[in-house]
Ligand binder design. Sequence first.
Ligand SMILES: Cc1cc2nc3c(=O)[nH]c(=O)nc-3n(C[C@H](O)[C@H](O)[C@H](O)COP(=O)(O)O)c2cc1C
Length: 213
Amino acid sequence: MKVYAINGGPRKGKNTDQMLDSFIKGIAETREDAEIEKVYVYDLKASGCKSCYGCRIKTLDPGQCIVKDGSYELLRKVKNCDGIVIASPIYWWDVTAELRGFLERLFYSMTAMSEDKKRHIETAFIYTMNQPQEVMEKKFTPHFDALDLFMEDAFGTKPERVYSFETLHFDDPNRFVGFSKDLFDYRTKHKEDQFPVDLQNAYDAGRRMAEKL
Ligand SMILES: Cc1cc2nc3c(=O)[nH]c(=O)nc-3n(C[C@H](O)[C@H](O)[C@H](O)COP(=O)(O)O)c2cc1C
């Protein structure tokens, strides 16, 4: 049983990565037979969709992206997995540009595949951001709703969502402009109180995915 855990953020070991690791742990501790491969999109050295329509050419392999860069192999293998969890920090109310580029190709090639070749693939999204939940709900949940729909089209399942809000981005407020000491203190306290809960939520979501696989 194969699961891809895709980190769409640039910072290894930070909030998004920790949430993803917790999700992975939830899977691994629920299904011993789970083979989980973690991928950092920023390491792939790949572009977004080039609109070549190669994934739709009838005489090739419909559903396979033909752009031979760092995403090629992953796009080939992902179609045969059992689960995909995608994590991203929120940049300007959306997922990162690098992840977006990968998703452009993933969605476009997957929707070119014939229905009889598609597998049932469980899906989940993890989002981390420094704005509070109320701001997300008022301003940018439509972005996530759209991603859910594209995932449903591509994989036939509605992704579970896991969030971490008001994350702490750095340790030393004195090094950076634009962050007051009060905000830093608030976020530090929030991290102590809330982040362990968020990690637990990610772990539980991993377990839920594993139970469905
Ligand atoms: C370029 C950039 C844009 C960002 N835009 C948003 C945003 O629109 N909303 C938000 O809540 N946080 C935003 N953030 C904050 C990150 O989403 C947040 O700190 C995230 O948890 C970082 O994850 P990481 O620690 O894994 O890198 C932004 C950060 C960066 C660097």
